[in-house]
Structures are given as C-alpha cells and as structure tokens.
Design a protein around this ligand. Structure first.
Ligand SMILES: [Ca+2]
Ligand SMILES: [Ca+2]
Ligand SMILES: [Ca+2]
Length: 278
C-alpha cells in the first residue's frame, strides 16, 4: 500500500470516527426544555395547562390524593398510583395515599371553553432549598386497579403497562419538557402548588381505543436539575359529578321539563287552537 493511500484511509477513518462521536454527543446532550414556574404563572404543554396555585382552591369538587412519591436523601424520585403491591419506585406504601383512581370519579371541568380533568400537585421541599424540577408526567388508562411493572419514559420507548393500558398524555411528547416549581410560593401545610389540566379529549381517545380501561394512572418524575429534598410530593384528582352522570340539579331540571311538556300536551288536547295560535 502506498504512503499516500494509507494517509487517505487514515484520514477517512478519522473523519468517520469524528462524525460518529459528534452524533452520539448530539443525542446525549439534547437538553430538556425547562419551563420556569418558580415565580408563578402558567404554561401550556401538549394542550395541557400547568398553572401555579397562587390561592386556595375555589369552586366545587373534592380534592382526593392518589399518590405520594418520596424518598429521604434521594435527589431523583419517581412513581405512580396503583392498588398493586409491592410498589415499584419511590411511592409511599399507605393504601390511603397511594391507590387507584377511577376515571368516572373525576370531575369534568371547563376552562376557556375546553373540557379537562384536573389534578393538583403538592410538593414539599425545604424552605431554604425550595426549587424542584418536574421532569416527567405520563398518564394512561389501565384495565385494572392494581397494575404494576410500569415501563416509563414513553418518548424513549416506554410502553406504560403495555396491552393493559391505553395512552392519554405525555409531557415529553415531541419535545423533552420539564417544569421548575417553587415550594415557597405555597408553603403552607398541605397546600397545593400546581394545577394540571389534562384535556378530556385525550381521555376520550384512550377510552375509544380501549373501552374497558377505567383506571387513571399518573406517573411522574422529579429532581433534575433541582433535586428532591424534605417531604413527599403528592398528586390528587379533582373528583365530583361529571358529564357522564347527570348531576342531581340537572336531573331535577330534566324532570321539571318532562312534567312541563306533559302538561302542554294535555293542554294542547283540550285547547288545540290556543297552542296553534302561539
Ligand atoms: Ca406544597
Ligand atoms: Ca422531560
Ligand atoms: Ca420533596
């Protein structure tokens, strides 16, 4: 082999190596897009609204917690709600606070003329180190209340509970997103820090794909770069009458309407000309 050919081959190999390294670097170094709610405010990500709680909750509905996630001295924590045991990640064991949540128990709320299901995140951090990054939120509907063996990171190939679940929402769909939160904005005991409004249309699509999937599973992960400290993080659902079941007041109105129509029909029979003239 001539000296010149050897130089060309070596240069080519070096160029290929550099290209491979550069591509690997791009994949590894793609940063999360950090949405800063540490000073309050709100952000919309993949049609879901994340809104800082800057006052005590108002309106109707019951706020019912369904998962507590925490681990002492662990910067990154993750978990999801289920009745299944043993728990997979950093969830708290109590069946009262880490449990299944039925879709039919959640209240449908309307915000800016769009229907949502509403969730509340309550974080607990040290006052002197109050920031916490929410890195992942993934929601699925599952076909049983006690599913386990969750496959996280859907944007990286995670499958939820596989065929036992249908996909609803991913914070990282399309872009790897994260949200910075500040415990000190609402540091009162048990006070919530952020509302998450997830479009009802997402749930409807999941139900259409798998009508038997009735249980809401919410997986979340915290801690990069602003790490977990102090107490647990807790998600709740806003429960209450939803559009699938008429509210008592609606039922009463419906009954009144039926009674009224029946009365009109009787009146029309006895005074046909009177009704026709109207
Ligand atoms: Ca809090
Ligand atoms: Ca993310
Ligand atoms: Ca914490």
């Amino acid at each position: 082999m001539s000296g010149r050919r050897t130089v060309v081959i070596v240069c080519l190999a070096f160029a290929l190596l550099c290209a491979a390294r550069a591509q690997a670097a791009v994949i590894i170094m793609t940063p999360e897009v950090l949405h800063d709610l540490s000073h309050g405010g709100q952000v919309t990500i993949n049609n879901a609204d994340f809104v800082t709680v800057d006052q005590q909750p108002t309106g109707s509905g019951v706020i019912h917690s369904f998962v507590r996630i925490g681990a002492a001295n662990q910067g990154v924590v993750e978990g999801y709600n289920t009745d299944g045991r043993p728990l997979q990640f950093d969830e708290k064991e109590s069946a009262t606070f880490t449990r299944s949540e039925k879709l039919s128990d959640l209240k449908i709320v309307t915000r800016n003329n769009i229907q949502y299901y509403q969730f509340l995140l309550d974080i607990n951090q040290e006052s002197k180190s109050p920031l916490l990054t929410l890195n992942e939120v993934e929601i699925y509907l599952g076909n049983a209340p006690d599913l386990l063996s969750y496959s996280p990171n859907r944007s990286g190939g995670g499958t939820g509970f596989g065929p036992n679940s249908s996909f609803v929402y991913d914070l990282d769909q399309g872009t790897d997103n994260a949200i910075d939160l500040n415990y000190n904005l609402n540091s009162g005991s048990g006070s919530g820090d952020m509302w998450a409004y997830i479009p009802k249309a997402n749930f409807d699509a999941a139900k259409a794909a798998a009508p038997g999937d009735d249980f809401v599973y919410l997986y979340s992960k915290f801690g990069i770069p602003n790490a977990n400290n102090d107490g647990y993080e807790e998600w709740s659902g806003v429960e209450g009458p939803n559009n699938n079941v008429p509210e008592p007041s609606s039922l009463a109105a419906l009954l009144a309407c039926v009674t009224c129509l029946a009365a009109l029909r009787i009146r029309r029979k006895s005074h046909p000309h009177l009704i026709l003239a109207q």
